[in-house]
Design a protein around this ligand. Sequence first.
Ligand SMILES: [Zn+2]
Length: 159
Amino acid sequence: MLGDMSAQGHPQYSPQMNSESELVLYEAAVAVATVQAEQDVDGEGVGAAALTDEGEILTGVWIDAMVDSACLCAETGPISEAHRRGRKLAASICVRWTRSSGATVLAACGVCQERLAIFGSELLIGVADSAERGFRFESLAALRPSPWWESIGDDLSPA
Ligand SMILES: [Zn+2]
């Protein structure tokens, strides 16, 4: 539950998310993924939406490349934009959309979790859920209960 997570502390990273703002962020990612799917020969699109600490929604798309390791996750667009603007991200969600399956929430991959960690361990990440809505948000701390940076006593969060 989001209320439980915000009660765990780190008020400077509290995203003030509720069910409605979660849905708004999800729908922003779906909209981007749908547009991508319309332009894709296979009818597949991946989009991400992230919420800044000022309540702005930043979006991004999956970047394909000839070499798999050169592809960029959809989260990298909002992450880069947040850094450019000097903002923190409070929440992020990524959606894959196909003609046959519709929207599916994809949890941030391990590399993107590393990229998102700089914004604080209370950042919320959308994950797939078997409930009717199909997704929920979990804190990065919940997804990574034993992060490597705790071993060196660094929370990696910006001051
Ligand atoms: Zn990723």
